[in-house]
Design a protein around this ligand. Sequence first.
Ligand code: SF4
Ligand code: SF4
Length: 132
Amino acid sequence: MFKEFAKGLSITLKHLLPGHSTTVEYPKQRLEIAPRFRGLHRLVPAQDREKCVACYLCPTVCPAKCITVESEENEKGEKYPRVYEIDLLRCIFCGYCVEACPVEAIEMTSAYELANFKRGDFMYDKARLLKS
Ligand code: SF4
Ligand code: SF4
């Protein structure tokens, strides 16, 4: 029994040594984000507009039903999202919207510091998503 106790204690003491810490001093220190991390969404811009063609695939596949798209045609007869909104309070960051998009118009960034004070600030409209 003493042997097991000593073994457990040695593991604990090992983590007290410099360089063996399992935590970081956030926000001074930040962990490296995994390449496939799914953070805040971003609408990809094209030349003079967003790449999105308002096909409604992403709101259709979204399991949380947190994407709102309203399409309209521009003067060239091209469809574009007059309204594109994501309610981050409902989003489960599954990435299905990104997978479903036929024109790669939406992607997920590594941004994870998404805390806010007001519920309304979790509603990301087209302008915010183009900037994120
Ligand atoms: S990540 Fe998932 S839950 Fe969030 S908007 Fe995309 S499809 Fe919906
Ligand atoms: S982001 Fe992609 S999937 Fe969603 S409406 Fe636009 S074009 Fe369609």
